[in-house]
Design a protein around this ligand. Sequence first.
Ligand code: FPP
Length: 238
Amino acid sequence: MSKEKAKIPRHVAIIMDGNGRWAVKQGLPRIKGHEAGAESVRAVVRACKKAGVEYLTLYAFSVENWIRPREEIGGLMQLLRLFLENNEHELHENNIRLRVIGRMKDLPKLIQRRLNKVIEATKDYKSGTLILALSYGGRAELVDAAKKIAKKAVEGKLNPDKISDKTISEHLYAPDVPDPDLMVRTSGEMRLSNFLLWQLSYAELYVTDVLWPDFREADLYKAIEVYEQRHRRFGDVQ
Ligand code: FPP
């Protein structure tokens, strides 16, 4: 891959962390942190549109999150439903399409129906793409890709000797979406937490101490500024 002058990232991926800590700090139940976090989602979707970011992927619920207390999971699903209800019009007004990556079949049927409705209604929009990672895990995605590839090999549709990086990329949940250029993680943890393991291979990483419910437009612009100052080499020299 050729050297590239850093500019506005085409694809930003975010690990929205710190909702629980934000709530505890204010003496509130954890779900209040997630509620405030949903406001940050709205702000960041708008900020990406303004900045010219084409793809925004948000880690909203991981495959590991299913072990959380039932009431927290219920609260998050309820919040997702409300988010879709209250923000669908904004996707239409801004020409933004919604996508989901992850094991969508694990989600409650009602949520799946609502998501599919909005995905279908926004599928032709071209001004931006909001991708929600739901019941998502990077390893699970690679396992699912391996199954699809193995099935094709068994059926004689694919030669195992011809499997390449491209074959793997083509069997991920959103094969048409370019890899993220910038990965942002809030609340200071220096971990990938099973997020987009394949796609983040060459992404610039930006970790901020800001807790997700406090993350707003200015915080996203700061992350983009830092990204712009970095020089991406893709394994090449200087
Ligand atoms: C991590 O914080 C956050 C989550 C597990 C859920 C993210 C959900 C939202 C931002 C709200 C709704 C999203 C949409 C798309 C409407 P944590 O609970 O792990 O925080 P902690 O590490 O401080 O406990």
